[in-house]
Design a binder for this molecule. Structure first.
Ligand SMILES: C[S@@+](CC[C@H](N)C(=O)[O-])C[C@H]1O[C@@H](n2cnc3c(N)ncnc32)[C@H](O)[C@@H]1O
Ligand code: SF4
Length: 454
């Protein structure tokens, strides 16, 4: 890949799991009442037809991986499980009281932290408690994240019996030095065991998370990691760019410094070589940083143009309403976002007072809604169009006018009322979306808030 292009476009930028992105939410513009009004609107519009999505955040991990950018709480005390599950069930009840009918659930995802930190009894109590007052739609997609070091066969079996058919294992990199640097010793045999148990039990889709750009990671480490991944052949692979954001409070990225990180061009080479190897083994690139075998539903979603992107990354379809339960979870009613309190203590205290624990959010304007659709189209399908009435708004045209240099560099084409990202432009898709990000353009951040785009 062209090194000059990397140098030119490698700037801090959002990953666009939402628009507007969290730092540009107008928090003062949303009240709890607004959130509940839009929640009900989205519920009325979608519950009877498509159903709703549920995201449940299970934040605990036994050990800190020092590269991690997730909302988590490190503890070895399993006594935290019971009160946390009690609080989640209480929060769900608070939502049920607000909804006008029994929710029909189309999608459930348990994210973390480490969902498999929780024992079988608590996982069962959680899911049975949630399902007791809900209906599952046919082929409800149920998935969870798991750390191979902390996953037993019993947990995999119990989650399968509850209806889960997809899981995702954090792998990152198999090299011992990289693993030591990120404080995550995880032998291949452990991943293999958890992966093979999943296959034996009957899971239909297994994902592995790999990361490039980690401290002390070299090209041969990435090659070796993909060689080992090939042996297990997961259905999906997330090949994430390491997001270095040590200035974010509570994240805990430490134990290495910037000189341990691969330089820009080297980092991109790690991705390019990894991608080539994945292509050769039969994986297809889906949107940004994701790969799937053609037999997997994510690939089919890309083919049928139903691919969607939200706070969990790429999913095979859009739902109008996603309710997020648990510490730090973000709910999305399409017309608004609302985020729960980010510490376990405060989250539990607020819910146990009988209040929905959101502490910030954003009510989307008509313009936000249109820009959101364009940014989603670009992130999911590498194209967007404004032929349809109402899709042409001033910031879109202003953004297109800012793209002349990118067009000259061969990253995209604009023909009539249609924008198409070229193959060469795929690595720069975040930069392209940034031209349409009216909220960020209006309020240029004064300090660094995002990771680099490459
Ligand atoms: C919640 S963890 C997955 C489940 C489990 N906690 C584990 O680590 O195996 C989510 C994933 O986010 C990715 N991730 C975490 N921090 C990251 C960072 N700073 N940059 C890029 N990816 C990151 C990792 O690939 C990780 O597997
Ligand atoms: S990578 Fe996973 S296990 Fe490690 S700290 Fe982050 S959430 Fe926890």
């Amino acid at each position: 890949m062209n090194t000059d292009l990397i140098r030119k476009y490698n700037v801090p930028g959002p990953r666009y799991t939402s628009y507007p992105t969290v730092p540009f939410w107008e928090e003062q513009g949303i009240t709890n009442k607004d959130w509940l009004r839009t929640l009900n609107r989205a519920f009325e519009e979608s519950n009877a037809t498509e159903g709703i999505s549920l995201y449940i955040h299970l934040p605990f991990c036994e050990k800190l991986c020092t590269f991690c950018g997730c909302h988590k709480k490190i503890t070895k005390q399993h006594s935290v499980e019971k009160p946390y599950i009690d609080t989640l069930l209480k929060e769900w009840t608070l939502y049920l009281e607000k909804l006008s009918a029994t929710p029909r659930i189309k999608e459930v995802h348990l994210g973390g932290g480490t969902p498999t930190f929780f024992g079988v009894d608590n996982l069962k109590r959680l899911m049975e408690g949630v399902f007791e007052h809900a209906q599952l739609v046919d082929n409800c997609e149920m998935s969870f994240e798991a750390h191979p070091n902390y996953t037993t066969r019993e947990q995999l079996k119990a989650l399968y019996d509850l209806g889960f058919r997809r899981n995702s294992f954090g792998v990152q990199d198999y090299d011992p030095l990289v693993q030591k640097t990120i404080n995550r010793i995880q032998p291949f045999a452990t991943v293999k065991q958890a992966h093979e148990w999943s296959g034996e039990i009957g899971y239909q889709s297994i994902n592995h998370d790999l990361v490039y750009g980690l401290p002390k990671q070299t090209l041969s480490n990435v090659i070796e990691t993909i060689e080992k991944t090939r042996e297990l052949k997961p259905d999906r692979i997330a090949f994430y760019s390491y997001a270095h954001v040590p200035w974010i409070k509570g994240i805990g990225q430490r134990g290495f410094d910037e000189s341990d990180l691969p330089r820009d061009e080297v980092k991109r080479e790690l991705y390019e070589v990894g991608k080539r190897m994945l292509d050769e083994i039969g994986y297809v690139e889906i949107g940004m940083d994701h790969f799937a075998l053609p037999s997997d539903s994510l690939y089919k979603a890309m083919q049928h143009k139903t691919l969607h992107r939200n706070f969990m990354g790429y999913t095979s379809g859009k739902t109008q309403l996603m309710i997020g339960l648990g510490m730090s979870s973000i709910s999305d009613s399409w017309y608004s976002f609302a985020q729960n309190n980010k510490t376990v203590g405060e989250y539990e205290e607020i819910v146990n007072r009988g209040e929905i624990p959101t502490f910030r959010g954003h009510l989307l304007t008509e313009q936000d809604l249109i820009l959101r659709r364009h940014i989603l189209n670009i992130m999911c399908h590498f194209e967007t169009s404004w032929e349809e009435p109402g899709m042409e708004v001033a910031p879109l045209l202003e953004g297109i006018a800012m793209m002349n240099e990118m067009i000259g560099d061969g990253l995209l084409k604009v023909e009539g009322k249609k924008l198409t990202v070229t193959e060469a432009g795929h690595p720069f898709v975040r930069n392209i979306c940034m031209c349409l990000d009216a909220r960020m353009i209006r309020n240029q951040p004064k300090t660094k808030i995002f990771s680099q785009t490459i």
